[in-house]
Design a protein. Structure first.
Length: 230
């Protein structure tokens, strides 16, 4: 038998709107891949000077405006020398380097804090990243496993949101050398985010402009500092 207090509680609860939902905030993380060969650039992109910082430092600083540093994982090559990073940043090393982003993402997931629900994956060579772009991509995830920008022809897997629970699928793909991210998108529920929808927060889509050649690097420096804004 319910007490009077219990009865009053259940009566009040039953009068709540049926559409009321409890919203649980997504615990966000990030993986920054920086162990590539940088062969076209001619030197390690992670350590390229960019204003008062080095490239990797800048990308980590920008992404930490959206994601707590304790949930950011940097994946580096085995012998790669990294610039100084915030103490809370997690650094892990590629076990099998130069096998593409899926291998690096898998390494990052294994080192990611267990409470992270979804993470943003990026390379270290996007110094013009816009933090609002990252935040908007999380909003697109919904109930999907992956949210990836799509320009009508190409996906942008290193500007995408992933759920850590897809690790087993990634591992099964890399085990048989199916290393292209598109194979992963075909295996799990993926939403393609039209890049035009992202211009509201990143008008020039600079977050998608990675630097592969010295000319790209010089152009990015000019764009970043011509108006004295870093």
């Amino acid at each position: 038998m319910r007490s009077v207090h219990e009865t009053n509680f259940f009566q009040r609860f039953s009068q709540l709107p049926v559409f009321m939902e409890i919203k649980v905030e997504l615990k966000k993380g990030a993986i920054v891949l920086c162990g590539g060969k940088s062969s076209r650039m001619g030197q390690d992109k992670a350590s390229l000077p960019f204003g008062p910082e080095l490239m990797l430092q800048r990308v980590v600083r920008i992404i930490s405006q959206v994601i707590d540093t304790s949930a950011i994982v940097v994946v580096a090559a085995p012998e790669q020398i990294l610039p100084e990073l915030p103490v809370a940043i997690i650094v892990t090393r590629d076990e099998r380097p130069n096998r593409g982003p899926l291998e690096g993402i898998a390494m990052g997931i294994r080192s990611m804090p267990s409470e992270v629900d979804a993470f943003y994956a990026t390379s270290c060579d996007v110094p013009l990243m816009v933090p609002e772009f990252v935040a908007r991509m999380f909003e697109w995830l919904g109930d999907y496993e992956i949210a990836v920008p799509f320009d009508g022809q190409y996906h942008h897997p290193l500007a995408a949101i992933y759920r850590p629970r897809i690790l087993e699928v990634i591992e099964s793909l890399v085990a048989v050398d199916r290393l292209r991210p598109r194979f992963l998108f075909d295996e799990v529920a993926t939403v393609e985010v039209p890049v035009e929808e992202l211009r509201e927060v990143d008008p020039t889509l600079s977050t998608l402009m990675n630097l592969n050649h010295p000319a790209d690097y010089q152009s990015a420096l000019e764009k970043a500092f011509s108006s004295r804004k870093g």
